[in-house]
Design a protein around this ligand. Structure first.
Ligand SMILES: CC(C)(COP(=O)(O)OP(=O)(O)OC[C@H]1O[C@@H](n2cnc3c(N)ncnc32)[C@H](O)[C@@H]1OP(=O)(O)O)[C@@H](O)C(=O)NCCC(=O)NCCS
Length: 376
């Protein structure tokens, strides 16, 4: 009898973890025990990074030191040779390819690259988390033939990224929206990219390698790539009046609608409501609510027809688009946030490691006879 579980490791519990809890029936998400609804209200992405890595909320003194480090130019800036590498890439290189290549290259400049001790990993963690927004923004500028903008240590992670992308300091609403988006994407238990990071870390490979593995997994449209696909769908639909017929037709053709469904949640993803609210506030600020209105109709139709609910990727893109961010940068933004969770998981894996090496149930032949090439 087969011992294989459901396809895709569904419902398989592979390890204990103290980092993140998802209640898929109640639609709750906790980081280190704290409900994301409370973190969205009262915390910030930078504090959440500390929480995920250290396992507790920081004291004022701890938070000040952490924020200073994560905003420090020494941690945020890219080595000049890294900028030269970016300039050498073909302009058509997609932002996710740049993120994957960039993190891999950054390890070559990192003085602690091969050191897996917790202290060295925290130093590397701080650098790579601070460098990622600079990398994403630098590529946006370079591919448009513009010079990258240097990070500003006075600005938060959210505000600094928007400043480096656009050259303008963001409005308070844009900064707050972006900060909440980063907070909401920071961790999500054993999702595909985090699992890829843990599998890599469990070979006693280093932090950068684990993050590169995770980026590769995040890139796919069934995972982080979904937010870009949602925006492409919005563009295809074009106007709110066309949304209902578009979705009815797509569902009749058995199409998979991006931004819906989840392996764990059986109800609406608790992150979606925050992103809808923020996308709609930003839409009002910039005087364009059409993406949100299209998505509201799409949401109603898909839920009514298929009984599946919006996930984190449905409204995030509408918020980013209202800030003027190009669609193919949405998944890199996901990586800028989720890197915090990947790192927390690598630290946890390294603290109590055993190689992750499952089995497959072999279904091929067992007594094949080798036939010499001239007789085949
Ligand atoms: C996230 C996702 C990959 C989870 O998939 P899963 O747990 O493997 O679920 P399955 O793909 O087995 O889907 C189960 C059923 O729901 C349907 N379904 C799931 N998500 C769907 C979607 N987004 N659109 C249409 N139908 C969907 C499947 O067609 C399947 O129906 P069937 O049993 O009639 O064939 C899936 O919901 C999906 O592809 N969503 C779109 C991509 C996305 O938004 N990803 C981001 C996740 S945060």
């Amino acid at each position: 009898m087969s011992t294989v579980g459901k396809a895709g490791l569904e419902d398989v519990v592979v390890s204990t973890s103290d980092i993140c809890f998802i209640d898929g029936r109640e639609g709750r998400l906790l980081y280190r025990g704290f409900d994301i609804d409370d973190l969205v209200e009262q915390s910030s992405f930078e504090e959440v990074v500390f929480l995920l890595w250290q396992g507790h909320l920081p004291t004022r003194k701890e938070l000040d030191a952490h924020v200073k480090a994560i905003r420090a130019t020494a941690n945020r800036k890219l080595p000049p040779k890294m900028i030269a590498i970016l300039r050498a890439l073909p302009r058509k290189t997609t932002p996710m390819e740049v993120v994957r290549t960039g993190v891999s290259a950054l390890s070559a400049f990192d003085p602690d690259a091969a050191d897996n001790s917790r202290d060295a990993s925290i130093r590397k963690a701080m650098r790579v988390t601070a460098q990622l927004p600079t990398l994403v923004a630098a590529w946006e500028r370079i591919r448009r033939g513009k010079a990258p903008i240097a990070p500003n240590p006075k600005l938060s992670t959210a505000a600094n990224f928007l400043y480096m992308m656009t050259g303008k300091k963001p409005t308070p609403l844009a900064e707050q929206t972006f900060d909440v988006a980063l907070t909401l994407h920071a961790d999500h238990e054993f999702n595909a990219s985090t699992f890829a990071a843990r599998v890599t870390a469990a070979t006693l490979s280093d932090l950068h390698s684990a993050i590169v593995a995770a980026i590769g997994a995040l890139k796919g449209p069934l995972h982080g790539g979904a937010n870009e696909q949602v925006m492409l769908m919005v563009e295809k639909i074009g106007s709110p009046e066309r949304a209902e017929s578009f979705i009815k037709k797509a569902l009749a053709e058995k199409a998979r609608i991006m931004g819906f469904g989840h392996r764990v949640y059986r109800v609406e993803d608790p992150r979606a409501k925050h992103l809808r609210r923020l996308a709609s506030e930003l839409g009002q600020q910039v005087g364009d609510m059409s993406a949100v209105r299209i998505l509201d109709t799409v949401g109603r139709e898909v839920t009514a027809e298929k009984k599946i609910y919006p996930n984190v990727d449905l409204y995030s893109g509408a918020a980013y688009a209202a800030m003027g961010i190009p669609t193919d940068q949405f998944t890199p933004i996901f990586a800028m946030s989720r890197v915090a969770g990947w790192i927390a998981h690598v630290l946890e894996q390294h603290a109590n490691n055993r190689l992750i090496r499952p089995r497959s149930e072999y279904t091929g032949p067992t007594r094949a006879t080798y036939v010499p090439i001239e007789q085949r």
